[in-house]
Design a binder for this molecule. Structure first.
Ligand SMILES: Nc1ncnc2c1ncn2[C@@H]1O[C@H](COP(=O)(O)OP(=O)(O)O)[C@@H](O)[C@H]1O
Ligand code: SF4
Ligand SMILES: [Mg+2]
Length: 349
């Protein structure tokens, strides 16, 4: 170890501006993570210096439009990134203070499942159509815990109960297509819970569901997080669904964090024009009848990110400096950061 390399462990290094220091309860800390894809059109910096952390019992929402690097961040954390074409070019991913990027695949696999587990958007393609849900849930226990089939089946029923699937004992022998979309997503959550992980990463867990079912699945995740004291990273493009469940939000744009804040502060007064745009795009009952705001334009192709502030072509507050200079994340307060030169102005509204 060179003299300038601090030992692994939370809180041993300078923290990123506006991101609370890691403490004893910190489960996962992503530090200055960088992931690139080499494509025919050039290099896409899908994750370009992202830092965040999540503690036991805490929910962090990672928010951003499609293509901002949310899933790639999650794949890097879980160790399921497609390499190639993807490549982690920098940073650290500390799970309970150990850098996962330095572990051997065997150790990594143990952490995946028992330490942290992932819930994906598309339950139908993640579940095996020709196996009953009981067999699929049970497999977690026969394969990973060496249980008998009978005990594993009992565990499967227990898990189905835990994710509030009615009549679990009767339905354990059914196939995925016999369940509704919402119930299938509950089965995915049950799979993730099987090995009692400390942390769950849910990547757009409700995007494929209709609005009422979305709220039910979100509530379930929030309840389980409370009951089990887990950490939860909730990835979404929809600011509307995380208001009630998240403690903190990290907003991503073009592979970077542009704002990070406790959820209530961010809702009360965003410190970045992109967050403001996302907030103004949420349908609200008190503005019924008014036309819904939409951020103009589209997020950039990551092989051709605009100069200066990547958001400038779409930003209603952009000035000349925004076209030439890139804003770093600045500290708005101890637990809040914004990557906008004019965050003070933005906060004032
Ligand atoms: N398999 C891949 N091959 C090439 N580029 C990819 C691949 N996966 C992701 N990317 C790049 O990473 C960017 C971010 O992707 P992703 O993290 O999936 O976005 P999202 O925020 O919607 O989850 C994409 O816009 C693309 O440029
Ligand atoms: S730095 Fe400039 S372009 Fe970027 S968000 Fe702030 S005002 Fe808008
Ligand atoms: Mg995604």
């Amino acid at each position: 170890m060179s003299p300038d390399t601090p030992p692994d462990g939370p809180g041993t290094r300078e923290r990123a501006p506006g991101i609370p220091p890691a403490g004893p309860g910190t489960l996962l800390e992503v530090r200055d993570l960088r992931v690139e894809f080499r494509t025919r059109d050039g290099v896409a910096k899908a994750v370009d210096g992202v830092s965040w952390s999540v503690a036991a019992g805490e929910t962090l929402a990672v928010l951003g439009e499609s293509g901002s690097g949310k899933s790639v961040t999650a794949q890097a954390v879980m160790g399921i990134l497609d390499t190639p074409p993807g490549r982690i070019t920098g940073g650290e991913i500390l799970f309970r203070g150990r850098d996962l990027l330095k572990l051997k695949e065997g150790e990594r696999r143990r952490i995946r499942g028992a330490g942290m587990a992932m819930v994906f958007q598309d339950a139908l393609s993640s579940l095996n159509p020709v196996l009953t849900v009981g067999d699929q849930l049970g497999e977690m226990f026969t394969v990973h815990r060496g249980m008998s089939r009978k005990d594993a089946r009992a565990k499967a029923v227990e898990l189905m109960d835990r994710v509030r699937i009615p009549a679990a004992a009767e339905r354990v022998g059914q196939y995925p297509h016999q369940f509704s979309g919402g119930m299938r997503q509950r089965i995915m959550i049950a799979m993730a819970l099987a090995l009692e992980p400390d942390l769950i990463i849910a990547d757009e867990p409700t995007t494929a569901l209709d609005v009422t079912v979305q709220a039910q699945v979100m509530d379930l995740l929030a309840e389980l997080r409370r009951e089990l004291g887990m950490g939860l990273v909730l990835i979404t493009h929809d600011l509307g669904v995380v208001a009630d469940v998240a403690d903190r939000i990290a907003v991503m744009y073009a592979g970077r964090i542009v704002e990070t804040a406790p959820v209530h502060d961010l809702y009360k007064a965003p410190a970045h024009p992109y967050t403001r745009g996302l907030l103004d795009s949420i349908p609200r009952l008190d503005r019924k009848g008014q036309e819904l705001y939409a951020i103009k334009g589209l997020p950039p192709n990551l092989t051709a990110v605009p100069s200066g502030c990547a958001f400038h072509p779409r930003c209603p507050m952009a000035r000349d400096v925004c076209r030439t200079d890139e804003p770093d994340l600045s500290e708005v307060s101890r637990d809040r950061g914004s990557a906008c030169f004019f965050w003070r102005e933005c906060l004032r509204g």
